[in-house]
Design a protein around this ligand. Sequence first.
Ligand code: GCB
Length: 605
Amino acid sequence: MFRQKTGLLFFLLLLSVLPFTHGQDIFISNTQNRTFTSLNGKWKYVLDPYETGGMGGMPLYKNAQSHQKTDRVEYSFDQAQTLWVPGSWNIQQPELTYFEGAVWYRKTFDKHNIDKSKRYFVNIGAANYISTVSFNGKILGKHEGGFTPFSYEVTDLIQEEGNFLIVGVSNARKVDYIPSKVTDWFNHGGITRDVQLIEVPQTFITNYFISLDKSTLTQKTKRINGQLELNGEVLPKHARIIIPELKHTQEIKVNKEGVTDFTVEVSRLELWSPENPKRYQVIIEAGEDKISDQIGFRTVETSGKQILLNGNPIFLKGICLHDENPLRQDRANSMEDAKLVLDWAQELGCNFIRLAHYPHQENIVRLADEMGILLWEELPLYWGINWGNPEVLNKAKAQYAELIKRDYNRASSIIWSVANETAPTTDRTQFLSELVDYVREMDDTRLISAACKKDQELDGHPDSVYTYSDPLMSKLDVISLNEYLGWYGGLPEACRTKSFQTKIEKPIIVSEFGGGALQGFHGDSLTRWSEEFQEYLYKESIAMFDRIDGLAGMTPWILVDFRSPLRQLPDVQDGWNRKGLISEKGEKKKAFYILQNYYLNKEVN
Ligand code: GCB
């Protein structure tokens, strides 16, 4: 949790960093279980390729209208076309397929029966990448980061009729952004997740962080650690924590500062695990506010080269995933989208998914909690990050703070990964070490990892033994390796002679391996792009990785083919990375069954 002893100090530190970088009023978690009006649906839009829409005498957020014949207004939301929210703009209009720049969205709405005793917030689940948010002509702020939620207060601005929310979203790629300029995924632009108008009492519960205390795992009476954050001018003296199924109601004394640590002692607590994804309803009441959540209780830690879930060694039978619905070709944004891919993962025999390479929609994390699938989550600290710029580190911290606040209470989420395939320069190692400390300070209930590179990739030295000595590894709980031998180097049979070595006594996850195949294209096992080549590669790769001492899991690349502008081979890729075990139409390739068979028979080492 936000660690008990240092919680308040850390919270104050956080406040001093966040407004500076990510620009939102107050982070509000569990928005779907609050009172809200959905602002999803059709929004009017105006294109702004040169990103000048917020400037000049008639900026777009003013929603200017022409009233008489002499008026000069050079845009019109009223006459504009619409885009659906949530959704990527790229798939909605042919002219926007590869559009990179700004689009200004406008939603108008009435809000009858405004309750003066309430506060109102606009909450945006995600908008890629920078958003300028305005309400009724007033700029509320700018938010940076394409995959995490943010909210702004509109209590003093909201009217019974004629409200207009205007959001300028830019998906331009820049070197000081996270991700940076080049990625191997599609740059979906726009408001990609739900938009809500949230209604809360004057003083309300912003966030809460609830977890099982590791030190009581083996005891009959277990301790649950919690922290409650309230916002409002007048704080109630007490709050209540209720867990109906355990017949537990507890009054806690609220701190003057609004951030209160508490503990709850319970007996007969059933633990959450993939075999038994037990969740309890937890209700928190504070003054006039009340919020309910479904929370699972588990511990995760390492012991030598093993990962322990609830004290027992576990092998993570995983797969990587992008946050896309391949059938609609859109960013995923609903429970149905989440269910489509989690059902496939379960059919594959997985108990674990790597949500690559950025925070996925909250629905998938909630559904994983319900279905009993463990998760790895990460930020897009990917190729080409400008490690030397302290501003970029601040952005990474801000994005991580938002992700941790959103998903802290989800038992399924067990690993935070801080980076993917980054070369260990001094600047990078300093940046990531500081980020690891930051993440650990916020959340000590999960493991920290990063996908590391082998030494040979750095010095070009070919060898039958791959060695790993990235200095970042000493900061991590779990070492993760991406390795494409047989696809990017050599042929699959090269896997037979390789072995892996690291001096560090920690569990190892193979966080990526794989190769491309066009579903339905057949050849022999040496024909590139054929299902047979991919099948052969999986057989050889799995046999090689299975020999690693300390292998605690794997997440091959990747469950489903995904869109990527880097992949242009005609009639094979056509804009899709073909390393999926399932095609974009939902058809399984041969390699799917190789991995399925391995997982079916795999036991904990
Ligand atoms: C990688 C990256 C992943 C790519 C993949 C590939 O190492 O982490 O984002 O998509 O390789 O297909 O080359």
